[in-house]
Ligand binder design. Structure first.
Ligand code: C2O
Ligand code: CU
Length: 463
């Protein structure tokens, strides 16, 4: 897409709100915020190598990262055009880059289970695909960590991937990208009770790799409409965010526009989920855009939102109660699933079953990934996933290379919500409709790093 294909928007700015060094401010022309767009002649370059991330002065961490920064560069790929991304692996282990939420083929998808190539240490791989749905996607490593909390998504390998629409709806003046991440995982204990879920604890939590107290404020002006693109790039933690004095109008979930944009005071993001929300800036002052709980605030998660001309200490207040519910955004409830014409129904039960040695273990229909046959689908078929969570914690369920449509949560039918990752509550159920429209092996898994590493995955195979 040439620059002149996009109507110029003079007042609009894009901000990847980081620290002083991570600050990227540019007039929006639809071009990459920090990585130039791919072209046949010149692919986007991503280099994987150890890098030192400064969470705050004096608090540094050595992690694997893309292009020496956390998050990696923002990739802005024009909808409908071939993207070329050249990845070089400067680490000492094989790597894969997964384009989360993009409808790519199995080979460039970056999942070893689907047959994607890995990149050997010192090696290079060219990824090429055509993103066809505009929206907030992301990219990340698809390696395993097991109990090594320096690896995979516990480290620094993630970044925004924005598929730029052919036509820019232009409903906002400023764009702010915020990726949540947690640092310094440890695992206190692994109790054997099936109702319990082992949850890593973390010392620090950041937006864009920077603690709030060490980050530049996000500067806004009264009257602006700011589009926030939130990404939860944590390995295992769910987050809830609030901006005192303001409401978020949610316009997209996982990058997919919602049928019925609606105002909320709290946004909850399971691991790997994205939310696009517009905030009308109409309460001058200095505010903390941050978590709803004090512990995460103390761990450093948050950004000061500063109106031009305002001063004083930033204000954070705990919201009354979370109003977060996917059903708010789906419009009218879908017809009962019994009325749908389907080519198959896949009941899938999720349970924590520890290995005999007490090691973490997750199963689908009683079996871990290694013992689980693929689900068979045929191209063009429509299927219903009937998910049941028999464990005491929520799970971000993710399907590679496709979206699915959430139609029911628990006992309640909801308006259709297009997702690539959906959070299933503890002991809850979800029905989701899936159209098999992108042939090739397709991985389904819980995006909680520990759960996917310990068996919570299944293959979907086109036959
Ligand atoms: Cu973000 Cu297997 O995915
Ligand atoms: Cu899980």
């Amino acid at each position: 897409m040439a620059v002149n294909d996009i109507p110029p928007v003079t007042r609009r700015h894009v901000l990847l709100a980081g620290g002083a060094a991570g600050l990227l401010l540019r007039p929006s022309t639809g071009r990459g915020a920090s990585a130039p767009p791919a072209s046949a002649a010149r692919p986007v370059l991503l280099h994987i190598a150890p890098a030192t991330v400064e969470l705050a002065p004096g608090i540094t961490r050595r992690v694997l990262a893309y292009n020496g920064q956390v998050p990696g560069p923002v990739l802005r790929l024009p909808e409908g055009q071939t993207a070329r991304i050249r990845v070089t692996n400067g680490s000492d282990a094989p790597e894969l880059v997964h384009w989360h939420g993009v409808d790519v083929g199995s080979i460039p998808d970056g999942a070893a289970e689907e047959g994607s190539a890995t990149i050997a240490p010192g090696g290079t791989l060219d990824y090429s695909f055509v993103p066809t749905h505009a929206g907030t996607r992301w990219y990340h490593t698809h390696t395993m960590a097991m109990m090594d909390f320096s690896r995979a998504l516990y480290g620094g390998q993630f970044g925004f991937l924005i598929v730029e629409p052919r036509r820019d709806p232009g409903r906002h003046d400023r764009e702010v990208l915020l990726a949540v991440h947690h640092w310094d995982a440890s695992l206190p204990d692994v109790p054997k009770s099936p109702e319990y879920c082992a949850m890593p604890r973390y010392r620090y939590a950041t937006f864009n790799g920077r603690l709030m107290q060490a980050a530049e404020p996000v500067r806004v002006r009264q009257g602006e409409r700011v589009l926030f693109r939130f990404l939860n790039a944590s390995a295992t933690e769910t987050v809830s965010l609030t901006l005192p004095g303001h409401v978020f109008t949610v316009v997209a979930l996982d990058g997919n526009p919602v049928a019925s944009p609606a105002p909320v005071s709290v946004i909850t993001l399971g691991v790997a989920e994205r939310v696009d929300a517009i905030v009308h800036m109409n309460r001058p002052g200095r505010w903390v855009l941050g978590p709803t709980d004090r512990a995460s605030l103390a761990a450093g998660l948050g950004r000061v939102i500063e109106y031009a001309g305002s001063s004083g200490s930033p204000v954070w207040t705990a919201p009354p109660a979370s109003d977060w519910d996917y059903a708010l955004f789906g419009g009218a409830a879908a017809p009962p699933v019994e009325d749908l014409r389907l080519d198959g129904v896949f009941p899938m039960l999720f349970e924590r079953r520890l290995a005999p040695d007490g090691m973490e273990g997750w199963t689908i229909n009683g079996r871990p990934f290694a013992e689980l046959p693929p689900l068979h689908v045929r191209a063009g078929g429509r299927y219903l996933f009937r998910w049941t969570n028999l464990s005491g914690c929520a799970h971000p369920l993710h399907l590679h290379r496709h979206n699915f449509t959430v139609l029911r949560r628990g006992m309640r039918r909801i308006g259709p919500i297009e997702k690539d990752t959906v959070q299933i509550g503890r002991f809850d159920t979800i029905d989701a409709l899936f159209t098999a429209d992108n042939p090739g092996d397709t991985l389904f898994h819980c995006h909680h790093q520990m759960h996917m590493d310990y068996g919570f995955m299944q293959m979907i195979r086109y036959v």
